[in-house]
Design a protein around this ligand. Structure first.
Ligand SMILES: N[C@@H](CCC(=O)N[C@@H](CS)C(=O)NCC(=O)O)C(=O)O
Length: 215
């Protein structure tokens, strides 16, 4: 059975778990924390990051690479649009979710959950207030303009890797007490609710919430 290395609360591990659920791919979880990883793990994941997929002698780090690999190994149901322009748009939104969005909302999870609960530290609320005044509304404004009118398909109205990557960091935001204000960003709020509540995300999110509560 393949192994997925990485704790479930990582937005990037969650991406892989949702993609595996869509495609019916089974695996065992190794809930590795990405802090001070061993040299042995670095052999598998040279950047020292989670997730990493290990299937016998085939080892592949990085959520985007793993999902692209799934698409070839298990083509149905497709997670990438077949139309060239939609494919480009989906890949960009995946990149945006993995970088700008994750960097903007990730600190709410880090400060209020990781630092406060697992590192015995005080959350830096000043840092979060700065984000709330600057980057958070800028990122949410951009996504409000891209969010679909209804449903869970940000590209071409069909659920894809873009939805997985854009919505996964919002679950970390939720863990950290940051919700999308539906009064200010109505489309984005409805879209995030629809995706995080869909049949692929929902059980994964529920399991993760229960795990965090028991830690
Ligand atoms: N582009 C990578 C990003 C992975 C990533 O940044 N993972 C974080 C955990 S959420 C990590 O391992 N951080 C540890 C580090 O940067 O050393 C992916 O999509 O898998």
């Amino acid at each position: 059975m393949p192994i997925l290395h990485g704790v479930n609360a990582s937005p990037f591990v969650r991406k892989v778990r949702v993609a595996a659920a869509v495609k019916g791919i089974e695996y065992e979880s190794n809930p590795l924390m990405p802090l001070g990883v061993s040299d042995e793990y670095r052999q598998k994941s040279p950047l020292g990051k989670i997730p990493c997929w290990e299937d016998g002698d085939y080892v592949l780090p990085d959520s985007s690479c793993i999902i692209a690999y799934f698409e070839k190994s298990h083509p149905e149901p497709a997670l990438y649009p077949s139309d060239a322009r939609q494919l480009g748009a989906a890949l960009f939104l995946e990149e945006y979710g993995d970088t700008k969005l994750a960097d903007t909302v990730g600190p709410f999870f880090f400060e209020r959950v990781v630092k406060a609960r697992f590192m015995n530290g005080e959350p830096d609320e000043g840092r979060l207030a700065e984000l709330l005044a600057g980057e958070v509304p800028a990122v949410f404004d951009y996504l409000e303009g891209r969010a679909p009118q209804g449903g869970d398909g940000i590209v071409g109205g069909r659920f894809s890797v873009a939805d997985i990557a854009v919505c996964s960091p919002f679950q970390n935001a939720r863990h950290g007490g940051l919700e999308v204000d539906a009064g200010r960003w109505p489309r984005l709020a409805a879209y995030v609710d629809a995706v995080l509540g869909n049949p692929f995300f929902k059980p994964i999110v529920e399991e993760e919430v229960a795990q965090l509560a028991s830690m």
